[in-house]
Design a protein around this ligand. Structure first.
Ligand code: NAP
Length: 270
């Protein structure tokens, strides 16, 4: 009898991760003999040795390990090396290969709404998620500016990927056609917080918020009211997860089922 393959997410904290729910649903829907679980990991070197020793088939990597994990892998995709973040490990007969699906997950969610080439894109934030968005939108040919509460961090990220840094006061003057919030502003419990003034958002914009708890953030509510096109954080989360599933199984991900189960959970728990 073939034993089920084991997959997992490593991070710290990890208790609230929705990845086990999403991936176990995907495995079941696709008839894969596999199980996905969450591992709270402090000692990354030991955890990766464990992945090798136990023959764990694939790993999702989340905060704070996305950069540090690179040095423990046998091969890393060029894009993941450039962005210096791996969120997916595939165990190919003992050879641990690292990928980044955050970039494509985020970009696919945006490019369903518009072609980014030549568009003025303003990214709010300069943390881990902003790295994927800035890198991806620059690569897609957009004119990218970013602003951040801590300017030094914003300047550093902008310089690294060839974007422009703008102060919060000067951000409206950039006349963005696309606005992406990658800060945690608006996330539970501060659901009334807005990362930009309401007057900033107009009907010609595409507004994406990568926060997914709550799913409809105040920013997205305001954007909808002002006639802008909106993209919620679930699209990026499911998008990056679907690409992980495809790397692990070689099969097309049951995206609809993955989205439905996460949505159901968010509706019941947020
Ligand atoms: P991170 O690395 O900690 O970065 C947080 C960013 O938010 C920084 O730019 C920080 O600015 C800014 N920030 C935090 N509090 C702020 C405040 N009160 N006012 C203004 N700026 C503030 O976090 P991350 O991993 O990038 O995640 C950011 C958010 O994205 C989280 O809500 C996370 O759940 C969400 N996320 C969603 C997905 C998805 O798939 N949808 C994926 C990853 C992350 P400073 O530099 O000044 O501290």
């Amino acid at each position: 009898m073939k034993m089920p393959e084991l997959y997992g997410v490593i991070g710290q904290p990890i208790a609230h991760s929705l990845s086990p729910l999403m991936h176990n649903t995907a495995f079941a829907a696709s008839g894969c003999q596999a199980h996905f679980t969450a591992f709270a990991v402090d000692d990354l070197a030991a955890a990766i040795a464990g992945v090798r020793a136990l023959g764990i088939a694939g790993v999702s990597v989340t905060l704070p390990h996305k950069t540090a994990v690179i040095k423990y892998l046998d091969w890393v995709a060029p894009e993941a090396l450039e962005i210096a973040a791996v969120n997916t490990i595939v165990n190919r007969e003992g050879r641990l290969c690292g990928y980044n699906t955050d970039v494509a997950g985020a970009l696919n969610a945006l490019t369903e709404k518009l072609d980014l080439a030549g568009k003025r894109v303003l990214i709010l934030g300069a943390g881990g998620a902003a790295r994927a968005l800035v890198y991806g939108t620059v690569k897609a040919g957009a004119k990218v500016a970013l602003t951040n509460r801590t300017p030094e961090r914003g300047l550093q990220l902008a310089k690294e990927f060839g974007a422009e840094f703008v102060s919060a006061a000067a951000a409206a003057g950039f006349l963005p056609e696309v606005l992406v919030n990658t800060t945690s502003v608006g996330m539970l419990p501060q659901v009334d917080a807005l990362p930009v003034p309401e007057s900033f958002i107009n009907s010609g914009m595409v507004v994406m918020d990568i926060v997914y708890n709550p799913l409809k953030t105040r920013l997205l509510e305001v954007a909808e009211r002002n006639g802008a096109l909106t993209v919620d954080g679930l699209e990026m989360f499911v998008g990056q997860g679907a690409l992980q599933f495809e790397l692990w199984t070689g099969e097309k991900a049951p995206v609809k089922k993955m989205r439905e189960i996460v949505l159901e959970h968010l509706r019941e728990n947020v």
